[in-house]
Design a protein around this ligand. Structure first.
Ligand code: FAD
Length: 475
């Protein structure tokens, strides 16, 4: 291991990133533009080929890359999308290729410019890792676990980290900037506490949603004209849902979900029975004779969790926290990787601002500036995820205020509109894929359409859920 010399806190010689998953890799890529040397310290060894790994327990589960996330990663790593394609990811027009069996009916399907790629999280990580490996000023130290922050005697400035290898041998590494990207179980708050800082206030909103995901060999039966399926639960009435997404290697991940501790089982029979119990038979019909390639993997740590580092009255210089360690979401909304990418963009923005304040990059004040701006970036996806989760009476944490109730009622009308108004649907898709702000759903144009749709639905109460049969083309 290279021991770098101690540098003054205002220099930009060396940045260390703790954790090399999606958030860490994207942040490290950004830092290569501002630091002479960037080191990622990752406790796992990366698999040679895209595969799940133990340091990321969610890596067996379905991960869908939202359009905004795809765009940012492509900006950071030009050619990323092309590589996804050559490595077997599947191109998805989110309005044409999704069979979206919503609680109010089937969403209309039509060609659009809203496209992304469907694959495993592991393929995305593998591509990012290999591409980063080509940066001459980037080094990845695998199999090393960070255990502590180093700081100046007065604890005002973080100066690096202490870590150990797999044999338990401890070492330290100095850094001008230390970035924690160690995920939902980040120890950053304990590390800060041991330096005399307060713990950040933590918000947790838990709908007690559970996942069970199983991998299948394609092609799947009944795959007429769709690439992905989402069968949503129906708040307060039906807690169960399901998702099918294609991944590289002509395989599929089938995920079953249950809200309010209605956890999908992971045994063979239980998994199938749960699929059979969904409010529509489609997913069961597809998987009952399909060839499984894996056991079903369960996952239950799905609470929305937000740590308010930006509100701490004291915070050390030269230390940042991003990714799931600051804000993690109920994963069913597919936001995590995209928010991690937005975090990397925020880092760039803050570093540029620091630069503009002096001739050289001055790190003083960066920590506070970054945590404050990141909190703003996290705000909307947090409201979107927790707003949905608070529709369930079994959700714990968070307050259902009058305003929340009003927003729920309006969003319920929007969701009803999605089934028969392609204009509203397109805007809705742009919002959930984070390419438009959620405020557009409250614009006068959309508001009017939603109200008119409500009136016309009352006159013509056709139930669209009945209009799609797996064995036929949609109407
Ligand atoms: C079930 C599930 C499904 C999901 N589905 C989606 C989806 O469809 N779309 C989407 O965009 N997002 C999804 N996500 C979220 C996504 O996985 C994460 O939000 C995203 O990858 C960013 O995570 P991260 O990099 O902050 O942390 P993680 O991915 O958790 O990675 C943390 C990294 O830090 C390392 N590490 C931890 N501690 C240390 C230490 N002390 N020293 C060194 N290394 C350490 C770990 O080994 C790991 O590599 C899902 C999450 C879950 C749980």
């Amino acid at each position: 291991m290279t021991q770098l010399p101690i540098s003054p806190s205002s220099s930009n010689t060396h940045a260390v990133v703790i954790g090399g998953s999606i958030a860490g890799l994207l942040a490290a890529r950004m830092l290569t533009e501002y630091f002479e040397q960037v080191t990622i310290i990752e406790r796992d060894y990366y698999p040679q080929h895209p595969q799940p790994r133990s340091g990321v327990p969610q890596s067996n589960q379905a991960h869908f890359l939202l359009i905004r996330g795809k765009q940012i990663i492509e900006e950071l790593f030009p050619g990323f999308v092309e590589e996804l394609s050559t490595k077997g990811a599947i191109h998805v027009d989110v309005l044409k290729d999704f069979l979206w069996l919503s609680e109010y009916g089937l969403w209309p399907r039509f060609s659009s410019d809203l496209t992304t790629w469907s694959c495993t999280r592991n393929l995305i990580e593998n591509i990012l890792c290999k591409r980063l490996g080509k940066y001459p000023n980037l080094k990845i130290m695998e199999g090393h676990q960070v255990s502590q922050l180093l700081a100046t005697d007065d604890h005002q400035i973080v100066t690096g980290v202490r870590f150990k290898d797999r044999e338990g041998k401890e070492s330290t590494i100095k850094a001008d900037l230390t970035v924690d990207a160690s995920g939902r179980n980040s120890k950053a708050s304990q590390w800060l506490e041991s330096l005399g800082y307060e713990k950040p206030q933590q918000q947790s909103i838990n709908s007690f949603l559970g996942y069970a995901s199983r991998w299948y060999q394609g092609p799947l039966k009944h795959q007429v004209d769709w690439t992905c399926i989402t069968l949503t639960p129906k708040a307060t009435q039906c807690k169960r849902g399901g998702i099918i997404i294609p991944i590289e290697g002509e395989q599929y991940i089938v995920t079953l979900t249950g809200v309010g501790e209605d956890y999908p089982p992971t045994d063979e029979q239980g998994f199938l029975e749960f699929a059979r119990s969904l409010r529509r038979p489609d997913i069961y019909q597809i998987i009952k004779d399909a060839q499984p390639l894996s056991p079903a993997y369960g996952y239950r740590r799905t609470e929305n969790q937000l740590r308010h580092y930006e509100k701490l009255s004291r915070f050390p210089e030269n230390f940042l926290i991003l990714g799931d360690g600051v804000c993690s979401f109920n994963p069913v909304y597919g936001q995590g990787m995209t928010v991690a990418a937005l975090g990397a963009l925020t880092l760039k923005h803050c570093l540029e601002e620091q630069k503009s304040e002096g001739f050289n990059l001055n790190l003083q004040g960066l920590s506070r500036r970054f945590q404050k701006q990141l909190a703003q970036v996290n705000y909307t996806p947090w409201l979107m995820a927790t707003g949905e989760d608070l529709c369930w009476p079994t959700t714990v944490g968070g307050e259902v205020t009058r305003v929340t109730k009003l927003i729920h009622s309006y969003m319920d009308l929007v969701k009803r509109s999605l089934c028969n108004d392609p204009t509203v649907l397109k805007v809705f898709a742009e919002v959930i894929h984070m390419i438009k702000p959620s405020s557009v759903l409250f614009s006068p144009n959309i508001l009017l359409r939603v109200l008119l749709n409500l009136l016309s639905q009352k006159e013509n109460s056709k139930n669209l859920t009945e209009t799609y049969s797996l064995n036929s083309e949609p109407e």
